[in-house]
Design a protein around this ligand. Sequence first.
Ligand code: GLN
Length: 212
Amino acid sequence: MGRSRVNEQSNGEPSRIGVLAIQGDYAAHALALTEAGAEPREIRNPEELDAIDALVLPGGESTTMLKFLDKRNFFEALREFCARKPVLGTCAGTILLARKVLNPAQRSLGVLDAVVERNFYGRQIDSSIETSETSLPGGPLEMVFIRAPRIMEIGQQVEALAFRQGNPTLIRQGAIMAATFHPELSPDRRVHRMFVQIVTGFGPHGSGPPTG
Ligand code: GLN
């Protein structure tokens, strides 16, 4: 329902986008992906990665997610998937993707050239909703922050698409997108639509991330 042909793969099927469903707000992402024209699947085990074209790493608690990933022997398979397929990380998901994590330091998948500091805004205000300029077409973007990390540094091949107080809040590195806020909690579907378009362009067999 409501699927747009633009989000279909060349075989006419909607993109199969997994949502890592071990902890956090994965259900809201699944709904957002459906609204953006994709076919979401909840992913709980490494074997399930074989059946998807792309993955969303939701918000939640990154330390808890890491514990589950270790328990299920999932960390390395997830790292390999995220290094070669389109991925959208939000909040804790962005923390998992980052090259380096601070406050406190913790392990990460290291596929996204960004340094993030956990719970940065949380020291001042636990949660907030802000509307800021974005380079996404369609005007200012509502951003829901919940104990959000701050992106402190990004590599040269990483593009910043939105900001909060001078720090990037939405970034893209090839087929990887990452947000420090929760786009799945706002009615605006621009972030998920952009991700679905990246997935569609990448193709079902994903020969490699698009260059540039
Ligand atoms: N504070 C959480 C963490 O450090 C992230 C919060 C969120 O995902 N909303 O993992």
